[in-house]
Design a protein around this ligand. Sequence first.
Ligand code: SF4
Length: 197
Amino acid sequence: MSKISLTVVNAETATFDCSFGRGCEGLCCKNGRPSVTAAEVSTIKQNIAMFLPHMRPEAVKMVKKVGWLGARKKVGLPMLRVSGGWCIFFNAGCVLHKVGAAEGDFSKYKPIQCSLFPLEPNGDGTWYVRQWNYNGEGWDIFCLNPKNTPLKAVETLAPEIAVAEELGPKFDWGKAPQRKNIVKKPATTPRKKPTPT
Ligand code: SF4
C-alpha cells in the first residue's frame, strides 16, 4: 500500500470497489444532486459549451430552458439539477469527469463532492470511508456494503485520497477551501456522486 498522509479512521475495515461499467450503471449519479461551491459554479458556467455536446438531449433541453443549477440547497450550497432521474451531467458516465479525464485530470470540472465519494471528512482533520452501518450511513447503495468486495478502500481510492490530501486537514463541507493546484491524476472510469438525495 502506498503511503498516504490522510488519516482515514476506518482504514482497517473499509472496503470499496467501484464497478461502474462492470455491472453498475452509475447508481451513484441516479437522482444525483451534488452541491457545488461558487468556484465550481463558475468553472462549469465558463465551460458549459464544452459539456453540452456530450450530454443527453433531454438534459441539454433542460439546460437551455432553466439552466443546470437547481434552486435547492444542501450544506448551504446550491445543487445540480436532475433530468430524467439522473444528474443533469450524467450520460452513461459523468460528462464532467469524461471531459476532465480527456485533459488529464478527472476532477478538473467535477464537483468536489463527487470527486471525493465515498470519502467524507469528520470535520477534525480526519476522514472516513462511507460504509453500511457506519457513522449513521443512510444510503443503501451496494458499493457501500463492506461485504461487496474484499478490496480495501484505502487501496482502491487512491485518486480520491489524492484529492482529499490536497484539500488539507481543514476541509469540511460548506467551508471548502479552494484547491491550490489541481492534482493531475490518471484518467479513470467516469463515475461518482456524493450523498444520496
Ligand atoms: S459524478 Fe458527475 S454525473 Fe455523477 S452526480 Fe457528480 S456531477 Fe453528476
